[in-house]
Every structure is written in structure tokens, then in C-alpha cells.
Design a protein around this ligand. Structure first.
Ligand code: OOG
Ligand code: MG
Length: 256
């Protein structure tokens, strides 16, 4: 299969909620370069279908997440406006394959950040907001199993996100050690703190900007940047109620 056909197959898998076999199993020569090209092609396909880019995401930026999926390198993907879940809303299971939720920090910038050479200081000086967030990942691969190349081609399992209302910018010095937890049907299933993400989730924004630069892309003001799961992700099914609790805000949804 050529990269265009693989991108179309993965987009169909997203649209029809049908898992597909891992690319690396059938395409033995499938390289990291191919995987990035497939991800870009799928982004173009989405935009041709009328979708809009909401921003970017980093993934596998914490040990918990890397162990979760047995891939030990940070990755990046894109997020679409249609992925956004209203606060306190519902998540339709009919539109998902085998979704999981993870607590994240979302960042919004007030000016363009273009690598290479972006530093933490550049990110701090461009901050518009830092928000409690959650991401829904839903691998298009059977059994949620993949290799590095597969997950990059599959746009890093991106499937949904929710961004909170409370801007934590004024509490930046305390951000890294804020205690958060994930509840499923009231019971705590994960706990963590943003420092789990590369020691500081803003470093994830640094990596993103520098990695986008390899393709002459940049982070634009107003884009949502998901910095990566703080804890392991939590699978959920119909009727489950999920809450991601921060000291300042609770993000929640019910799966229908
Ligand atoms: C891969 C995507 C990882 C994160 O925040 O670490 C990710 C996956 O877990 O399916 O979004
Ligand atoms: Mg994530």
C-alpha cells in the first residue's frame, strides 16, 4: 500500500470506528519518515473534508504513558476542532472503538512560536493560558497495540479533548506539583501531578515547536496544545462517568 492509501484507510477507521491491523505488520519497510508522511496526509484529508485544525498534541511524554503502550519516545500529532468535547457533556461510544481518557495540561500561546531553537524561556514569554484538560485516545489499531511508526501514522491515537475554563497562568510556579486525580464512577483510578510530563509540561511545548520546525510548521496563537498524559490512560465504557479533578476545576463527562 502506498502512504496515501494508508492515510485513507486510517481516516476511514476513525470515521467508521473500525479497527485495522497494524501497518508495520503488513508493510515491513514502513519507516518513521513514511509514518510522518501518513500523518500529514491524513491531516490534509481531514481538512479537505471540511475539518479545521484546533492545534497540536504531544504524546508519550510521561513514563506512565510510555509504559502504558510500550513505546518509549515522545510523539506529536494534530487535533481537529471536531474532536472537542463540551465541558460536562457526553461522549458517544457509538463514535469510538476502544477509547481511553487521560489527564493533561493544555497550553495556549499569544504569539507564533517557530523553531528551531525554541527554548523554555520563549514558551514562558508567549503564554496566554494554561488549562486543566483531558484527552481521549482511541487507537485505530486492533487491541490498542502498535509500534512507534504505527502510532505516528495513526495521528497518535488522537480522538477527543476537553479544555477547562480556569486559567492557571497566575499559579505557574505551583503548576508542576498540583495534585490531580481521575475518577471513574466516583472511585479514584489514577493520581498524579503535571511534573510527570518531562519534569515540566512547558518543556513539551518546547519539543513540539522544535519538532514542527522540521516540517517548516509553527505553533500559532490561539491553538490548543495538549502536552501529554500525566498518568496512565483509563479505559471507559457506556454509562461510565469520568471526572478529572484539579484543585481549581473538575472536568467531567458521561459515556453514552
Ligand atoms: C498514544 C498517544 C499518547 C499521550 O498523551 O501520551 C498520548 C496512545 O496512548 O494511544 O496521547
Ligand atoms: Mg494524550
Amino acid at each position: 500500500m502506498n502512504n496515501q492509501s494508508i492515510a485513507e484507510m486510517l481516516r476511514q477507521a476513525l470515521m467508521n470506528q473500525r479497527a485495522v491491523p497494524q501497518i508495520s505488520k503488513t508493510e515491513t519497510q514502513f519507516s518513521l519518515k513514511d509514518a510522518r508522511e501518513v500523518q500529514d496526509l491524513s491531516c490534509i484529508l481531514a481538512q479537505e473534508a471540511g475539518e479545521n485544525l484546533a492545534g497540536y498534541k504531544m504524546g508519550l511524554t510521561s513514563k506512565a504513558k510510555q509504559r502504558d503502550v510500550n513505546v518509549y519516545e515522545p510523539i506529536r500529532g494534530y487535533i481537529l476542532k471536531s474532536f472537542e468535547i463540551p465541558k460536562g457533556g457526553t461522549v458517544k461510544m457509538g463514535a469510538r472503538i476502544h477509547p481511553r481518557v487521560e489527564p493533561e495540561v493544555a497550553v495556549v500561546l499569544n504569539r507564533e512560536l517557530k523553531g528551531p531553537g525554541v527554548t523554555l524561556r520563549d514558551v514562558v514569554s508567549a503564554l496566554e493560558g494554561i488549562y486543566p484538560a483531558l484527552e481521549i485516545v482511541d487507537s485505530r489499531y486492533e487491541n490498542f497495540v502498535f509500534k512507534l511508526e504505527d502510532v505516528i501514522a495513526d495521528n497518535t491515537s488522537a480522538a477527543g479533548f476537553m479544555v477547562g475554563r480556569v486559567n492557571l497562568l497566575s499559579e505557574l510556579n505551583d503548576l508542576n506539583l498540583m495534585g490531580i486525580c481521575v475518577r471513574k464512577n466516583g472511585a479514584i483510578v489514577e493520581t498524579g501531578a503535571p511534573s510527570a510530563v518531562l519534569g515540566d509540561p512547558l518543556l513539551s511545548v518546547v519539543s513540539l515547536a522544535n519538532s514542527l520546525a522540521e516540517e517548516a510548521k509553527s505553533i500559532l496563537p490561539g491553538m490548543v496544545i495538549l502536552t501529554g498524559g500525566i498518568t496512565q490512560s483509563v479505559p471507559f465504557k457506556r454509562n461510565d462517568r469520568i471526572e478529572v479533578e484539579w484543585p481549581q476545576e473538575v472536568l467531567s463527562f458521561t459515556a453514552e
